[in-house]
Design a protein around this ligand. Structure first.
Ligand code: ATP
Ligand code: MG
Length: 584
């Protein structure tokens, strides 16, 4: 490709709405353009990278025998109502109506569609297992679309689905996908981690997430260096025990004035009682009503854990205004005493250590002190519903180490669904024993467009992007430092033609601009290797410079043996590892 013909509109300035480095670099490098919140166009550079990511993903899917299909984007509401997800998935669905007032959604994921499709196809155990995938556009009306293509409302996903007669077969395929996903990450060449994950609105019983490490990633990951345990923060557990102080006598509960103090911070300061003696009472709402969660003041509630425990994906922390409307109280004064009986109270294990604690009094400007769980207020369920903290003990029984925290960007997730969808949609097959049974299913998502952003987020420096070879828009850039020296121009063209004919993905910066501008743009765009053809050509030498190298190296060039030069270039590229500058 010739830069002079190529549409790569680089920009000097960061976009005014930049909220993360990768978004800034993808805009400045001329990879993407924003159309509206969470909606992007891909320019030639961006699309080239997307196509390379897609082909790695496609190859790895085909390697495990997955067959490519294409499912519709427009999903009839009835299918989503059958599984209950029309309501459960709720506001994230991009809903629309046709001219007959029939309801549809733009597909955010395709379990309903693929289950419905197969329900009419796979009738016998003889047709199972089946493994299919597609690479297509997905729509999710995210609450906060942000970070460019990392959290978009329209994005590209690879989604695969498997159908089985039994769980052994499912586990077998699940492990194949696990391996394929690791292969994808290895081939891409960014640092990554695999973690045990919460199953969220997709559901099912068993799940892993694949994260590209990045210090600005949204995914918080707890891991143990000793035994290899790794889990997303939504799922991570620890061996922390919460033991009350035996020597502390239980005192009588007492209502006290706390004036304007409402938050844990304020109440702790006002009463001069440490946060681990305070009990946070949190009201949550779901399609099934209200729930109260109690947690020690120095911890944060983990709604994902609560959703799993109560098997209700619609649970969310209630807005302060909603709470005010229902209880005529500020959230800071809410507490478990005098809360209506029909509101279930779920307490975190951390509450176990509290005697004589502080709780909201269900009265403006009042709290109780010396409140003791079970004695002074009811608890219906005590479970782990908190986010653990760095430094807590590894949950593996046989491990004595502690957990560390790192950050990543989730690029893929795999789920064992079991019969969650097939049973609700009556998607049955006849088994060997002649009985009708729902399919056992797995589903496997990969964020193709998110991968574009995630890799940039990990691999960048002050000059721009450092693409790994496998997905770089071009592997090599040829830079004639001037277009006014015929020798330089002709040699550059010769090398360009030769390397291209040898199958290299290559761009020649043949623009009539200064060498400085060329270097800046090529580095911003993130090409792994620059072949710089300049003054030293007179001495029969050409400069090679990897994107992460401080200094270039001079290579002998003999125009009668360009093949030899080609080998030197490929040798040089072999050494290239952009993760030396990774931002993890
Ligand atoms: P997240 O927790 O980040 O919202 P998710 O767990 O809801 O993602 P999945 O349902 O597991 O996402 O979807 C499979 C993959 O699709 C994700 O691993 C991610 O790479 C990608 N993906 C999901 N939501 C988005 C989005 N809004 N923008 C871009 N990619 C996305
Ligand atoms: Mg996910």
């Amino acid at each position: 490709m010739r830069f002079s013909d190529f549409y790569a509109p680089t920009l000097k300035e960061a976009p005014s709405d930049s909220d993360i480095k990768s978004y800034e670099l993808l805009i400045r490098g001329g990879f993407i353009r924003k159309i509206s919140s969470g909606v992007y166009s891909y320019l030639p550079l961006g699309w080239k990278v997307i196509r390379k990511i897609e082909s790695i993903v496609r190859e790895e899917m085909e390697n495990i025998g997955s067959q490519e299909i294409m499912l519709p984007i427009i999903h009839p509401a009835e299918l989503w109502k059958m599984t209950g997800r029309w309501d459960d998935y709720g506001p994230e669905l991009m809903k629309l109506k046709d001219r007959h007032d029939r309801e549809f959604t733009l597909g955010p994921t395709h379990e309903e569609i693929v289950t419905f499709l197969m329900k009419n196809e796979l009738r016998s155990y003889k047709q199972l297992p089946l493994n299919v995938f597609q690479i297509a556009t997905k729509f999710r009306d995210e609450i906060r679309p942000r970070f460019g293509v990392l959290r978009a409302r329209e994005f590209i996903m690879k989604d695969a689905y498997t159908f089985h007669t039994n769980y052994d077969s499912l586990r077998d395929y699940y492990m194949k996908f696990y391996q394929a996903y690791e292969n994808i990450l290895k081939r891409i060449g960014a640092k990554y981690v695999v973690v045990e994950a919460d199953t969220g609105a997709i559901g099912g019983s068993f799940s892993h997430e694949f994260h590209v490490l990045a210090k600005n990633g949204e995914g918080r990951i707890f891991y143990c260096e000793e035994c290899g345990y790794a889990a997303s923060d939504e799922k991570a557990k620890s061996k922390e025990k919460f033991i009350p102080d035996e020597s502390e006598p239980i005192k009588e509960i007492q209502k006290v004035d706390t004036k304007e103090a409402k938050t844990i911070e304020e109440v702790s300061k006002f009463l001069e009682i440490s946060k681990d003696k305070l009990i946070k009472s949190i009201l949550l709402k779901s399609n099934n009503g209200w729930v109260m969660a109690l947690i020690r003041g120095d911890y944060e509630i983990n709604v994902a854990k609560l959703r799993t425990i109560l098997q209700d994906q619609t649970i969310d922390i209630a807005e302060a205004e909603e709470v005010y409307k229902k209880f005529k109280l500020n959230v800071g004064n809410i507490g478990p005493i005098n809360i209506p009986e029909d509101i279930k109270i779920v307490a975190d294990l951390s509450i176990k250590s509290i005697k004589n604690g502080v709780i909201g009094a269900m009265e403006e400007k009042k709290h109780y002190i010396n409140a003791t769980p079970y004695q002074d207020f009811r608890i219906d369920l005590m479970e782990d519903i908190r986010y653990i903290k760095e430094g807590e003990k590894c949950p593996n029984e046989s491990c004595d180490s502690i957990l560390k925290l790192t950050k990543g960007i989730e690029v893929g997730q795999i789920f064992e669904l079991g019969n969650k969808y097939s049973s609700k949609m009556a998607a049955l097959f006849t088994d060997e024993d002649g009985k009708q049974k729902p399919y056992i299913m797995g589903c496997y998502g990969w964020g193709v467009s998110r991968t574009l952003g995630a890799v940039v987020e990990q691999l960048n420096d002050e000059n721009g992007i450092l693409w790994p070879k496998s997905i770089a828009p071009f592997e090599v850039a040829i830079i004639p430092v001037t277009m006014n020296d015929m020798n330089i121009v002709e040699t550059s063209e010769k090398i360009y033609n030769y390397l291209q004919q040898r199958g290299m993905d290559i761009i020649i910066d043949d623009r009539a601009v200064s060498a400085g501008i060329k270097f800046k743009d090529i580095d911003l765009i993130g090409i792994p290797l620059k072949i710089i053809i300049g003054k030293s050509l007179k001495e029969g030498k050409i400069e090679l410079k990897l994107r992460n190298e401080e200094k270039s190296s001079l290579i002998e060039f003999n125009e009668n043996n360009i093949e030899e030069f080609y080998h030197k270039v490929t040798e040089k590229l072999k050494d290239y590892d952009p993760t030396t500058v990774s931002n993890v």
